[in-house]
Ligand binder design. Structure first.
Ligand code: COA
Ligand code: ZN
Length: 302
């Protein structure tokens, strides 16, 4: 495993999108992001430019982007976009990095963004033409399995699917386990097939924790040489268009393990834990992160 890894916090997008009920106040979102950035997070997916009817919690993406770019111009922050319109809106605000989401599963692509694979590829090409200075990470949703089509036990489908995107200019792909169906053997198999087929492609991973395997799968991916790992504060998260999807791997659990293994992320565990507590107390949702600070004096077992 590398001694240093790029940790990418996605709670402000994947976590907040899953929160039902009242809109989380924009100011509160910004306060949580400020705590994350102050804790040393330097890569963050912070909102989506999608239809507010599809994802009502992220309807304030313009305000959030403006505030974040003004206050943290140096941070490596990006937003999810599903189409040309989303990319153009983000670009017009000065954002220069997005992730473009497409699902390996045709049925999930339809359920999530109402597009065929062909339409998604065409839109990717349009975005590259229309927004020349935009860095675009490809988010490959359902890369390990799909709520409608089941688990992809062989890596061939993903390898074949990515070919057109790589020819169209993709240099970084994040493999997203949208429903938390992956296991470490599958992770190793997919990563080694992709590395063999596309040696220049940078790979990142994003696991949901449906079976408690998020941290384990992330470790398997790190051993297989991914360049970035994603997780969400508190383990909040989930795609509303993937039945059965649960929360993400919790950032605090992953950072704890990486700290113990001596893998540097730049993130301060105690501050991250405090940010998770701050969020939990203010944003309702289904949290899976382990929030006990075992280093705090009152928790030392004796
Ligand atoms: N940002 C904001 N609004 C958008 C938009 C964007 N990027 N793209 C489309 N819209 C609006 C349209 O203006 C239209 O609004 P109206 O109903 O008020 O007229 C509406 O969304 C539908 O537009 P259309 O182009 O017909 O899209 P669609 O119905 O085929 O839906 C998406 C496609 C991609 C917009 C929608 O499925 C979506 O936003 N999905 C997001 C899924 C997501 O974020 N999932 C979780 C993360 S993986
Ligand atoms: Zn996710």
């Amino acid at each position: 495993m590398e001694r240093q890894v790029k940790f990418i916090e996605v709670g402000p997008r994947d976590g907040f999108q899953s929160v039902k009920g009242n809109m989380i106040p924009t100011q509160l979102k910004l306060e949580i992001m400020e705590r994350l950035l102050n804790a040393g997070v330097s890569h963050m997916e912070f909102t989506s430019f999608v239809s507010p009817k599809a994802i009502p919690q992220l309807a304030d993406s313009v305000e959030v982007t403006q505030a974040l770019l003004a206050q943290w111009p140096e941070a490596d922050v990006f937003a999810l976009v599903p189409n040309l319109r989303g990319a153009q809106r983000a670009y017009a605000l000065g954002l220069r990095k997005v992730c473009y989401v497409v699902s390996l599963s045709a049925s999930h692509n339809k359920a999530n963004i109402n597009r065929t694979h062909q339409q998604s590829l065409a839109a990717y090409r349009e975005i590259r033409e229309s927004c020349p200075e935009l860095e675009i990470v490809l988010d490959l949703a359902t890369a390990f399995g799909c709520p409608f089509e089941g688990k992809y036990r062989e890596p061939g489908a993903a390898v074949d699917f990515l070919r057109d995107y790589i020819e169209a200019g993709v240099t970084t792909c994040c493999l997203c386990d949208t429903i938390g169906i992956a296991d470490p053997a599958q992770v190793r198999g997919l990563l080694s097939a992709l590395k063999a087929a596309y040696p220049a492609l940078a790979l990142e991973v994003h696991f949901h924790d449906t079976r408690g395997l998020g941290v384990l799968n992330t470790c398997a991916a790190l051993e297989a040489g991914v360049s970035g790992v994603q997780a969400a504060l508190g383990g909040l998260g989930g795609c509303p268009f993937a039945p059965g999807a649960s929360g993400n791997t919790a950032s605090e659990d992953l950072i704890y393990l990486l700290d113990q293994l001596g893998v540097e992320t730049g993130v301060d565990f105690a501050q991250l834990l405090a940010a998770a507590k701050y969020q939990r107390e203010r944003v309702p949702g289904s949290y899976s992160g382990h929030h006990i600070n075992i280093n705090a004096p009152q928790c030392v077992l004796g």
